[in-house]
Design a protein around this ligand. Structure first.
Ligand code: C5P
Length: 301
């Protein structure tokens, strides 16, 4: 994530992510769950801008413009208050650096919320990077990652670039280099799911574990059908018990000639692994007419 300067303002694109593998290893005493997950950033972007607000005094304000595709009233509203992760990230950075936060953030939302696509976490990472540059703080990426972990489990992932295996709550990030360019079709149903609720519904089961190394090897080797078979999300059963959309969308994806299909994160979005950009666009076009919600053709970045 690299901010650009435009006159006296700063801007950074905030990508979404897909989990190609998500194993829940157990619950922890701190209320979180121990994870092993493969995250890939994808080209569905929010955009975050920061500009000075002359004469406004200390403190930041946040304006949100929703560019989301048409969604149903079931979709969770975006919180624009001080509790928004963008404001919390800026506040945390200012506190750590011992300065007064200032200026206006403009957030252009394209990533569906409560979808398992990491939009809120990516926005928080973008706010850290942007405020670090705009306020001339000059913290290293490592220092920003330390602050990021306290904001959300996925925030450290977004501060780096490219795919990564994440462990712990998700905050222990190990980059995976050399993956091929991957193409996806993503479907976000009208219903959203809360991460905490889905984790709350998760139950230990006796399914065989492992397979992450084999998945990464298949991706490195470009054997996408094999990779598709190795994609696993251990939160799928919990999410499917909360929303009928998960099975419905996975069922629709199964009817297409995709290499694999999976729910991302804690849902409610699901995705298919396509053979090419053209294939992803063709399947997206087919699914767009089926009243499944928002459909995107996208690729890894
Ligand atoms: O870290 P984040 O704010 O994204 O987590 C939201 C909620 O999801 C947590 O409060 C927790 O209930 C659940 N969670 C979890 N285990 C994780 C990550 C999230 O139980 N590894």
């Amino acid at each position: 994530m690299f901010p650009h300067k435009i006159g006296s303002a700063w801007e950074v694109p905030a990508p979404a992510k897909l989990n190609l593998y998500l194993d829940v290893l157990g619950s922890r005493t701190d209320g979180f769950h121990e994870l092993e997950t493969l995250l890939v950033p994808v080209r569905i972007y929010d955009q975050l801008l920061w500009s000075a607000s002359p004469g406004a005094g200390p403190g930041t304000s946040l304006r949100i413009r929703s560019l989301l595709q048409r969604d149903s009233p079931e979709t969770a509203p975006i919180n624009a208050g001080a509790n928004n992760l963008v404001c919390r990230a800026a506040e945390r950075l200012a506190q750590a650096a011992g300065i007064e936060p200032q200026g206006t953030f403009d957030l252009y939302k394209r990533i569906p919320v409560q979808a398992g696509l990491g939009g809120g976490s990516s926005d928080a990472a973008a706010a850290l990077v942007l405020a670090n540059a705009a306020w001339g703080i000059g913290y290293s990426r490592g220092r920003l990652i330390e602050l990021a972990a306290g904001l959300g489990s996925d925030v450290p992932f977004f501060l780096g670039g490219g795919a990564a295996v994440c462990r712990g709550r998700g905050e222990q990030v190990q980059r995976v280099a050399g993956l091929p360019h991957l193409h996806f079709v993503v479907v976000k149903p009208p219903a959203s799911l809360s991460t905490a609720t889905v984790f709350g519904q998760w139950a230990e089961n006796a399914a065989p574990r492992g397979g992450l190394a084999a998945l990464v090897a298949s991706l490195h080797g470009g054997t996408l059908v094999q990779a598709g078979r190795r994609m696993v999300n251990r939160l799928e059963t919990a999410a499917a018990a909360l929303s009928p959309w998960i099975e419905r969308i996975l069922g629709e994806l199964a009817k297409q000639s995709l290499c694999g299909r999976l729910m991302t994160g804690s849902g409610s979005a699901c995705f298919g692994l396509a053979r090419s950009a053209w294939h992803a666009r063709r399947v997206a076009r087919l699914l767009s007419g089926k009243d499944l919600g928002s459909v995107f053709a996208t690729s890894s970045c």
